[in-house]
Design a protein around this ligand. Structure first.
Ligand SMILES: Nc1ncnc2c1ncn2[C@@H]1O[C@H](COP(=O)(O)OP(=O)(O)OP(=O)(O)O)[C@@H](O)[C@H]1O
Length: 423
């Protein structure tokens, strides 16, 4: 992700907790707060000994590994089979992000696999992790059905690493697309995924929270189970029919993860958020952003799921804005007139400085090859394209105030026409 240059960027919800003001000599131990159910929310973390009484039966299996220094980026160094506190046994690494590593672990107490995010031992990431914990606990408290946001099970501070214990989920939508060689999802599945994603966003926005980093990597299938189905393709040089196999999930159930960049929606913000491809125009233009920036990301995600590749594949602001204009039409003049001093260079005489301001011919070509949104969706979707086009156009409205809300989107005909079968 390319947004950490502006970090720290979120208001702290409450003053620093006692956990990180303990003397360093105590950091070999750990503090643990088991959430079990969220009724324990708000209680203080407990200081537990790292090594227990050696006479307790079975403890040698539960002992801590020798001290190892972190790597140069502050990542925790571990070996498969190590204990992460006596309670959790490390199985394997399942993910890595800006904040740290995610490990699959066996929870000896609950006898289930869990995913533990072991955060880098760097102050700004530790602080961000505490905000993520606050948000996750808040979500757990109010998301009574526990349906669309990943559930936190526990958290603790181990050897100067904040560790967040999550329920174990399956692959991300991005992992799934990648394993399918970026072949798109069927539109009926896109509908189910889109509906659940919007339910999650509606819930977050009702709680005055903005996720700010919605992307296929942060949306996980609940289960890893899938089936392989044949897909017939005509091999044109030989005019022969070839059979390709495509994975489909057995269940379409998903949950959203990564609340480490969540912002509170009571006021407008203007620092840079979101992973590039899913970043809203008001963020790039420095106009201030709020809830609608999540809605823009949902629009980009839906297009990616039904086409197989990211809508705006770019790493540069002016090219990104030019791609938006190519796909969605011109950016309104009143928005271009209000850009902040960082974005002034992208605007000349009230319009985007494109193609004059392009950095290369390749850049101009990559913008030119993009189709209009209607054509892009029609190329990939066999039925209900009209409804999907209308929904996406409403999700991708330039003016944040005119952009559809998550609740309004859930009432859109793309989701409500009863002729559609459930995936
Ligand atoms: N509950 C979970 N179950 C299974 N896998 C998970 C779970 N949580 C995270 N992962 C895996 O770990 C990866 C990194 O997790 P996460 O996005 O929370 O970390 P991060 O450091 O905040 O990442 P980012 O750089 O996007 O901010 C995910 O993309 C996913 O593959």
């Amino acid at each position: 992700m390319d947004y950490f240059s502006e970090f720290p960027r979120r208001p702290r919800k409450r003053p620093r907790l006692a956990w990180d003001s303990f003397p360093k000599s105590q950091l070999g131990g750990y503090y643990e707060q088991d959430l079990g159910n969220v009724a324990s929310y708000g209680s203080h973390p407990r200081l537990l000994p790292e090594h227990g009484n050696p006479f307790i039966k079975g403890l040698d299996q539960r002992g801590s590994p020798p001290w190892r220094d972190d790597d140069k980026d502050g990542h925790y160094m571990f070996a498969i089979g190590d204990n992460l506190t006596p309670r959790y046994k490390i199985g394997k690494k399942i993910g890595e992000g800006t904040f740290g590593q995610v490990l699959e672990c066996w929870d000896r107490d609950t006898k289930e696999m869990v995913a533990i995010k072991v955060v880098r031992s760097i102050k700004k990431y530790r602080e961000a992790a505490m905000i993520e914990i606050d948000v996750l606990q808040l979500l757990g408290k109010y998301d009574r059905t526990g349906s669309r946001c990943v559930q936190i099970r526990n958290w603790f501070d181990y050897r100067n690493h904040i560790c967040i214990v999550f329920e174990m989920l399956g692959p991300s939508l991005f992992d799934f697309l990648r394993k399918n060689n970026y072949r798109p999802f069927p539109v009926d599945l896109v509908r189910e995924l889109g509906r659940q994603l919007l339910e999650c966003v509606a819930f977050l926005h009702d709680m005055s929270l903005i996720h700010t980093d919605l992307k296929p990597e942060n949306i996980l299938f609940v289960s890893s189970e899938h089936v392989r189905v044949p897909e017939y393709k005509v091999n044109s040089p030989a005019h022969r029919e070839v059979v390709l196999y495509k994975r489909l999930p057995k269940s379409s159930s998903i949950k959203v993860i990564d609340f480490g960049s969540t912002a509170y929606g009571h006021r407008s913000h203007n620092y840079i958020v979101s992973t590039r491809h899913y970043r809203a125009p008001e963020v790039i233009l420095g106009l201030g952003w709020s809830y609608p920036c999540d809605i823009w990301s949902v629009g980009c995600i839906l297009v990616e799921l039904c086409s197989g590749s990211a809508l705006f594949q770019t790493h540069e602001n002016l090219e990104h804005l030019a791609m938006m204009e190519r796909v969605l039409g011109p950016i309104p003049q009143h928005m271009l007139k209000r850009v902040d001093r960082h974005a002034e260079k992208y605007v000349k005489r009230g319009r985007l400085d494109w193609p004059e301001g392009a950095t290369s011919r390749e850049s101009i070509k990559s913008v030119l090859k993009l189709p209009r949104i209607e054509n892009l969706i029609m190329q990939h979707v066999d039925h209900s394209a009209g409804d999907l086009i209308d929904l996406v156009q409403n999700l991708l409205r330039y003016e944040p105030a005119n952009r559809i809300t998550a609740h309004q989107a859930l009432r859109h005909p793309f989701f409500s026409r009863d002729r559609y079968r459930r995936y």
